[in-house]
Design a protein around this ligand. Structure first.
Ligand code: ZN
Ligand code: ZN
Length: 353
């Protein structure tokens, strides 16, 4: 168990008017206890941490220090709901944005006072500790090694799916425990679709290829996008590349602690809109950590303010429907006066034929 993390959650509890917090999201259980299981819940209070899991994981739970392990039935949430009246005093905060309607029924019937919360742990997790930042740096370094090796590959004639598989293998060879997410490889008209799923289309000459990939190291993700050319580009795509690169640099220059996430998104958004060649199809970026999409969010509807220790992406895209697209994504640590960039791969246009 991480005492510092438990303390941060307990501090949050005071403001919620609850005495304990029932944590059911597996990623949040892992973040608090270091216990990895698809089926576990923990109840955190000033008195201690109860960790409930089913028989498949109970032996591992007994080796987690600082918790009281309890063997639950397969439906852990329903099981712990039945014990809540005994285990908890006062109000019990729970993750309303993760508990399903079916899981809520036994909680409601437990008779304890429930305090629904949304994003409480996500909010705390958005500010990373020094150890977490080191893990993300290590994950980004593995991803960088993959991009460096990609410059020795040829793309034309290979399918997107083949290149995506090469990325998965190379990330493993460079030390990833797993991919951070399924890599995106999108060539030609497919590059105009921001989250294109790599398919059987062979990559052609003189087009753009978006490569969006990341690794997982010690549970922590990385995330980087670069767009490659497969030969000389039509003027329209070459201009779009310069526009995307410029908008990305403009927004990145404004990332710092205290920065208004919506205003930083607006910098890239307005620069792209002003060029009048493509609509803006997605927000500027997102937090990265144990999950690939975390807080804070940099977008047109965000109310987040950047804090020192946030890890965020800066990834504007310029998408020309039917023709091609460009996205350039850096992963950065938010610092007091700027950002530490974890994705040093060049943003000059690299041609791979
Ligand atoms: Zn990405
Ligand atoms: Zn991203």
């Amino acid at each position: 168990v991480s005492r510092a993390r438990i303390d941060r959650l307990l501090a949050e509890l005071n403001g919620l008017g609850a005495e304990s917090f029932l944590v059911t999201h597996p990623v949040n259980v892992f973040w608090l206890t270091g216990f990895e299981s698809s089926n576990a819940a923990c109840l955190v209070s000033a008195d201690g941490v109860v960790l409930a899991t089913d028989g498949r994981y109970i032996e591992a739970a007994r080796h987690v220090d600082g918790v009281e392990p309890l063997q639950a039935e397969r439906n852990v949430t329903a099981w712990i709901a039945g014990k809540l009246a005994d285990l908890a005093q006062g109000g019990v905060a729970f993750e309303a944005d993760h508990v399903t309607v079916a899981q809520y029924e036994p909680l409601r019937e437990s008779g304890v006072q429930l305090v629904p919360t949304k994003g409480a742990l996500k909010g705390i997790r958005a500010v990373k500790s020094a150890e977490e930042l080191d893990a993300i740096r290590a994950s980004a370094a593995v991803n960088e090694a993959m991009y460096q090796r990609l410059t020795g590959e040829s793309l034309v004639g290979r399918t997107e799916a083949d290149v995506a598989w090469w990325i998965v293998q190379t990330l493993h060879e460079e030390g990833a425990d797993a991919v951070g997410f399924d890599p995106i490889v999108a060539g030609g008209p497919n590059a105009a679709v921001p989250h294109h799923h790599p398919g059987e289309r062979p990559i052609g000459p003189n087009e753009t290829v978006i490569v969006d990939a990341g690794a997982t190291v010690d549970g922590y993700r990385s995330d980087c996008t670069r767009t490659f050319a497969t030969g000389e580009l039509p003027d329209e795509l070459a201009q779009a590349y310069d526009l995307c690169r410029s908008a990305q640099a403009s927004a990145l220059a404004e990332v710092r602690a205290g920065g208004d996430a919506r205003a930083i998104d607006a910098i890239a958004r307005h620069e792209i809109e002003a060029a009048g060649i493509a609509p803006v199809l997605h927000g500027l970026g997102h937090g990265v950590g144990l999950e690939v999409h975390e807080l804070p969010i940099l977008s047109d509807f965000s109310e987040d303010v950047l804090a020192r220790g946030n890890v965020v992406t800066v990834e504007p895209g310029v998408y020309l429907a039917g023709k091609g697209g460009i996205r350039i994504e850096d992963l950065v640590i938010v610092e007091e006066d700027g950002a530490e960039v974890l994705t040093p791969f060049t943003k000059d246009l690299v041609t791979l034929v």
